[in-house]
Design a protein around this ligand. Structure first.
Ligand code: ATP
Ligand code: MG
Length: 421
């Protein structure tokens, strides 16, 4: 048997880490709901075609990162590396093309066979939003505004910068592509190996190269913005001014091209400088070509996905959780009564920890260990008098309370917030 370790680039989510991740997703859901988006969940695996055809043969994902396998029936399946292609497939196969605009949010694990490092895993989690069926920049503005509010809700807005670019429409890209190939061909031998391959297959991606020498060459390249068709130029300008109207700060980065082939017009990233090379927390753009590319109608779309693990890495403060109330029964009868009281508290939505066995000392040790706010003690004396003893674990004070007054007495414990969802 192989060693019992999690597979490289995957990890178990336990305790604080899990809570933090839930906290981030909860906040994202909250904001998405406020924006009027609805939840969607697509399967974790799809026919390989769904990704192969849409993400682009030269994209990092299709080239080297997909977890693709044949199932027992011989079908080629792929664990989802991202959310948008599966959602576009769902629009088509679910017969939803006439129901636009579709406003959706999702969250869940994604799988990419990359080199694991800080902020880069093989199974990671994304939260994403898609607005499908709106061609006007008002849609781009809305999804960017939602991303901004999400980061604001997490108190991270001051930690990140929004960068924007446009990839124009097909015509803009066609003209620019030729110009770029011409320019880069003069430096062909100096480009990195990867960029040399991209030169013929996907030259725009070279703009995104992290190679220092490539970057130098690129800095002299003609700017995409000068090759935009008037319509594409207007689209970008309208979007930028819409963001300004909403007070959303951004900077324009002409080298932001993003990895996937289906993007057009708007691309954007929220970046932090605290996470080294893996600084992009949330990224997205417009994908008007995606649904038609999959054989659907000509329906535009725009959206983004956030890397949950990377966002968690930026959150320093501990997540506040409701503190439990411990119920400790002493002796057989005490234990029986404790179980009943615990159930009553749970029905009143108090976070309740029932101490199973082991007497007062052990019970209190456990109560302190889990940071309980109070312990309810039920021994012989309490049973005879139909009361419980409530011990405040922060200051040690004890109060005797009648069974029926227990709920209202516990209201004094502010930090024993009721669990509401
Ligand atoms: P990168 O340039 O870091 O490889 P990407 O362009 O491949 O990112 P997207 O496909 O746009 O990333 O995914 C959106 C977000 O998901 C990223 O900005 C990042 O926060 C997160 N993400 C992507 N790949 C990983 C990974 N392997 N591990 C953890 N988070 C990831
Ligand atoms: Mg990547």
């Amino acid at each position: 048997m192989s060693k019992l370790l999690p597979v490289r680039g995957t990890h178990d989510l336990i305790g604080e880490n899990f809570r933090l991740q839930n906290h981030v997703i909860k906040s994202a859901r909250f904001v998405a709901e406020i924006f009027g988006y609805e939840p969607i969940e697509t399967p974790i695996f799809e026919s390989t075609d769904v990704y192969q055809r849409t993400l682009g043969e030269t994209s990092d994902i299709v080239n080297k990162e997909m977890y693709t396998f044949k199932d027992k029936g011989g079908d080629s399946l792929t664990l989802r590396p991202e959310g948008t292609a599966g959602i576009a497939r769902a629009v088509i196969s679910g017969g939803l093309q006439d129901n636009t605009p579709l406003k959706w949010y999702y969250s869940g694990p994604m799988f990419r066979h990359e080199r694991p490092q800080k902020g880069r895993l093989r199974q990671f989690h994304q939260f994403g939003a898609e607005l499908i069926g709106v061609a006007d920049p008002v849609a781009d503005i809305e999804v960017i505004s939602m991303a901004t509010e999400f980061l604001r809700d997490l108190d991270l807005l001051s930690e990140v910068k929004l960068q924007l670019n446009t990839l124009g429409d097909l015509q803009s890209r066609k003209t620019y592509r030729e110009t770029l190939i011409n320019y880069l061909s003069d430096y062909k031998d100096e480009l990195s190996e990867e960029s040399q391959i991209r030169l013929t297959r996907n030259p725009l991606r070279i703009l995104d190269s992290k190679d220092i020498n490539d970057k130098k060459i690129i800095s002299g390249a003609p700017s995409f913005h000068n090759f935009l068709t008037p319509e594409a130029d207007l689209f970008f300008k309208n979007m930028c001014s819409g963001l300004e109207d909403l007070g959303i700060e951004y900077s324009s980065n002409p080298y932001l091209v993003r990895g996937l082939d289906y993007y057009c017009h708007t691309t954007f990233e929220f970046i932090s400088d605290k996470l080294g090379a893996q600084g992009t927390l949330l990224a997205g753009g417009r994908y008007d070509g995606l649904i038609p590319m999959m054989g659907g109608q000509s329906i535009p779309g725009v959206g983004w996905a956030a890397g949950i693990e990377r966002i968690c890495m930026l959150i320093q403060k501990p997540i506040e959780e409701p503190r439990a109330i411990c119920v400790i029964g002493l002796g057989k009868l005490g234990e029986q009564e404790a179980a009943k009281i615990a159930l009553k508290l749970r029905q009143s939505k108090f976070k309740t920890e029932l101490i199973y066995k082991g007497g007062l000392k052990r019970g209190l040790r456990r109560a302190n260990k889990i940071g309980a706010v109070a312990a309810i003690l039920i021994g012989e004396n309490e049973l005879t008098n139909n009361i419980v003893t409530v011990r405040n674990l922060d200051n040690g004070s004890q109060t005797e309370v009648g069974f029926s007054e227990l709920d209202s007495h516990l209201a004094i414990y502010d930090s024993a917030t009721l669990i509401t969802d």
